[in-house]
Design a binder for this molecule. Sequence first.
Ligand code: EPZ
Length: 433
Amino acid sequence: MARLVIHGGNALHGEVRISGAKNSALAIIVAAALATEGESVLENIPHDSDVGTICLILRSLGVEAWFDSQGRLHVNGKTLNRYQAPYDLVRKMRASFYCAGLLIGRLGRAEVPLPGGCAIGSRPVDFHIRGFSQMGADITIEHGFMKAQCNDLRGANYYINRSSVGTTINMMIAAILAKGTTVLENVAKEPEIVDLAIFLNGMGAKVRGAGTDVIRIDGVESLHGIEYSIIPDRIEAGTFMFAAAITGGDIIVKDIVLEHLRSPIIKIEEAGAIIEKGTTEVRVRVNGQLQPIDLETSPYPGFPTDLQQPLVAAMCLADGASVIRENIFDRFRYVDELRRMGADIRVERETAIIRGVPQLTGAPVEVTDLRAGAALVIAGLAASGRTEIYGLDIIDRGYENLEEKFRNLGADIAREETREVTDIFSQIQRVNV
Ligand code: EPZ
């Protein structure tokens, strides 16, 4: 096990390249296994552990998935031949449930563990299951698994109760090879959905409307593999922007799609950052103290829930009180850790009230979920003294080379191995018996 050790206080300077979008990659890797003719070669796939997990799950189902020496991921779905997804892998990550759409679409049969509890709330999959039923799948829930059987998957009209990224992705994956037309209403409009649709259409699918409220899919007989490059990770980009802001830095965030970052850019400008936009990059500069801001998270194009925590961390040092409302998940558990660093945050139901303090102080802290991890790193970069961040495996799920990228921007940050509880007996053994 490892921890991050940060000595805070360095303003960030320099350039950082943004990796491919984790949440796009997870959907596209699964969707790639829909093809039975040729392999797909996927570029710009981030090398984080969630990507590793989804590849292992696909392999357990018979799919070929491997990285070449240039870091490109090859996926060949022709050999998909098993319909039972293994609990020990699926439990690690909720996006594993996309395998349900794949298996139902390709084999007409799926047994996939239901995702359990989660650090950011209960996160049910009822919308996904209702959608599969509407397409003709016979669904039972047994022993913690969703079992689906379907001899004749057919297109359906499905209104999703709430704009849900995961449901939209799972339904798109299931509907591609179904008979007839599927119309999905009130779908998510996130850039990752559009990326998936472009990829699917490149493979021979007929998907229209991605990026709007309604997606129409005309089922096709089969798909073929293609070469494809994943969009940049807007959440990683936003994380670096807030890190620059809290440290009073001056950085250029490169290889991004500016349009995907519209709301974070507007908010960071409101907080007092000077923004210079290029074609595929943005320069973020902050002179002096940040100004407080009020906002609420909402589905794209609103302010993303995945940047709520980095934003809250930045507001801990603002000149006044910020009010941040979280509308998507139960995502404020990490504020206890920020408080241990001296932050003044009060949470009332879905709202956090953050009163800026003159200084944060370094402390040992524990990561509660992925984006909370990013927030703690950001706070540590600005805090006085030493911060130790435990639970690094959670950060590794969704950030590629995070500490190396921050180090290249001038941060004093290092990964250290820790002695774990598994060592405990060697530590308490009497040596002179
Ligand atoms: C995706 O999660 C992302 N994960 C999340 O990123 C992201 O925070 C979230 O979308 C919102 O943008 C991936 O893409 C792998 P939802 P997802 O379905 O699909 C409720 C990160 O840190 N809901 O859009 O699970 C749900 O509880 C992760 O990278 C149901 O009630 O989110 C939530 O309140 C965390 N029933 C809302 O809908 C369902 O069946 C939106 O969730 C499905 C969802």
